[in-house]
Design a protein around this ligand. Structure first.
Ligand code: VG1
Ligand code: CO
Length: 542
């Protein structure tokens, strides 16, 4: 085996965002680009004698990148790589394999919900031995490395056949090609009452699962149709395609419109679900009713004990800061801990590892538990199915009963995508500069109670993360949060998170946008969104 050391030079602008490094595919395919980042990963975490998991969401360049990473792992002295057949692994399945095999971490090739294809996005992220995304200190070190890199190592070898399950070698390194689905499906069987869900399907319960031509297709078909007996054809868009069939694999009402139309149409099945590019997000929809992710987290937390894996109850519930406080109300009622973290799954890892939280969630259609260290789309869908099977009620009834008991946190996120970075930065800087003067001010008939830039101190390791988003809290419990996305690849994306609490029973059944109208107007007025960005309305509303 010949190891070649190739001279390279740092390439600017490689800072990893909320989850790993995302760039336009042609950038990743450019000379030395992927190689620089992969070498920087190995330089930081060390590769000699180590075992890593490797897989991706099947997007364009996934197969080529896998071969490069394998050759570089061998050149850097890795002992063994466990790779999903066809270089496929959903993010939660990769997290599980990292933990199950007690490996030294894993490399996941994905730009998650961003579109894929020769002119769309590609991404690489590193997960730690606990199965979770690398914490900020590690991604910062990798970034720092990319700014000083001068060479990378790669072996000269033919491609490994990743289409066949089994063991091969690349020089001294063992390559185990594994079924991407089976270990994950077994984990799901250990958590949920498959017999009860199977019986529900046998009684005629109908479901639509939209994998959006991304990685969860094979997982959904195996688990829902084969193991749980859902009718053939329950799973649609179930073959992962390099360009996701031209779809934007982001499971929300805008991008999963076909599913929404079906769920609100005359022949709607009982339950609908969709997942994103790498399988860590989910959207759930009942017949004629949309479940907001913040509500989904709260309902799952309140009912998790109905599934066998959570029978003993939850240790705590964690949510990202922009996620609504609906889950907090459940935690208070259950008398368990509640945590508010910055955006991004990496912040949940310590809470899960320390046994402080069992269930976590984000408003961006991510929910998960301590079974892995990533958010997990199919997990959430299966927990919903388990709850539906045990309670025997519709999604609408479960949601309405939840609001009647806990009150309702009306919630919406407005995204302003691809705005000029300088304009977005100027708007945030202006707002940040005025935060101290806001408390006490009246707007839209509401009084501002507090305003700050969210800072988080990790309760486990004490690490501090600053400037995680501007929060404006009103005296009536309403809230506005503004932050810039860390996952976009074109200009800046402004996210405006809007929330308003109604204790009920009156006013529980309104349209969310209508109920939030004064909060939306206040957000525009306070931040000067149109003045700074030139945009009057968001282009994605969830
Ligand atoms: C977005 C979401 C965030 C999520 C992140 C990664 O980040 O808002 O909640 O953790 O994507 O999700 P941002 O910085 O663009 O707001 V993904 O499914 O990697 O999977
Ligand atoms: Co994702």
């Amino acid at each position: 085996m010949t190891v070649t050391t190739i001279a390279t030079q740092p390439i600017a602008g490689q800072k990893p965002g909320t989850s790993g490094l995302r760039k336009k595919t042609p950038v990743f395919m450019g000379v030395h680009y992927l190689e620089n980042f992969v070498q920087s990963i190995f330089d930081v975490v060390g590769a000699a004698g180590k075992t890593f998991v490797l897989g991706g969401d099947g997007r364009y360049f996934n197969d080529r990148a896998a071969q490069v990473i394998l050759r570089m792992a061998a050149a850097n002295g890795a002992a063994r790589i466990i790779v999903g057949q066809g270089a496929l692994l959903s993010t939660p399945a990769a997290s599980h394999l990292i933990r199950l095999n007690k490996t030294d971490g894993g490399i996941i090739m994905s730009a998650s919900h961003n579109p894929g294809g020769p002119h769309e996005d590609f991404g690489v992220k590193f997960n730690m031995p606990n199965g979770g995304p690398a914490p900020e200190a590690v991604t910062e070190a990798m970034f720092d490395r990319t700014t000083r890199i001068s060479e990378y190592r790669i072996v000269e070898a033919q491609d490994i056949d990743l289409s066949r399950i089994g063991r091969t070698h690349l020089g001294d390194m063992v390559v185990d090609v594994v079924d991407p689905v089976s270990d994950y499906a077994t984990l799901m069987e250990s958590l949920f009452d498959f017999d009860a869900i199977r019986a529900m399907f046998a009684r005629g319960f109908r479901m639509r699962m939209d994998s959006m031509c991304a990685v969860t297709g094979p997982y959904a078909v195996e688990i829902l149709e084969r193991r749980l007996g859902a009718a053939p054809g329950t799973c649609v868009n179930a073959t992962p395609l390099p360009d996701f069939g031209g779809m934007h694999p982001d499971p929300n009402p805008t991008w999963a419109k076909a599913l929404m139309d079906e769920m609100f149409g005359p022949a709607a099945p009982d339950f609908g679900a969709a997942s994103d590019g790498d399988g860590d997000r989910n959207m759930v929809v009942g017949r004629g009713i949309y479940v907001s992710p913040s509500d989904s987290l709260a309902v799952l937390a309140a009912n998790a004990h109905l599934a066998k894996g959570y029978k003993a109850g939850l240790k705590g519930v964690a949510r990202s800061m922009p996620t609504s406080a609906a889950a907090d109300r459940v935690a208070d009622a259950l008398g368990i801990g509640k945590y508010e973290t910055p955006t991004g799954w990496k912040f949940f890892g310590n809470l899960l590892d320390a046994g402080r939280a069992t269930i976590c969630g984000e408003e961006s259609f991510g929910t998960g538990s301590d079974h892995v260290r990533e958010k997990d789309g199919l997990w959430a869908i299966l927990l919903w199915l388990n709850i539906l099977a045990v309670r025997g009620e519709s999604v609408a009834d479960i949601l309405k009963a939840h609001w009647a008991r806990f009150g309702r946190n009306y919630y919406s996120r407005h995204d302003f995508e691809a705005i000029e970075t300088a304009r977005a930065d100027a708007m945030m800087a202006d707002l940040r500069g005025r935060l101290a003067s806001l408390p006490g001010a009246q707007i839209e008939g509401m009084t501002i109670a507090a305003a700050d830039d969210f800072a988080y101190t990790d309760p486990v390791d004490g690490s501090v993360s600053l400037k995680q988003g501007v929060r404006i809290l009103f005296a009536d419990g309403s809230r506005i949060v503004l932050r810039l996305s860390g996952t976009g690849t074109e200009g800046a994306t402004l996210r405006v998170y809007l929330e308003r609490y109604v204790a009920g029973p009156d006013g529980l059944d309104r349209d969310a946008q209508e109920a939030l109208a004064p909060v939306i107007r206040a957000a525009h007025a306070l931040a000067g969104i149109t003045r700074f960005t030139g945009r009057e309305a968001p282009n994605v509303v969830t």
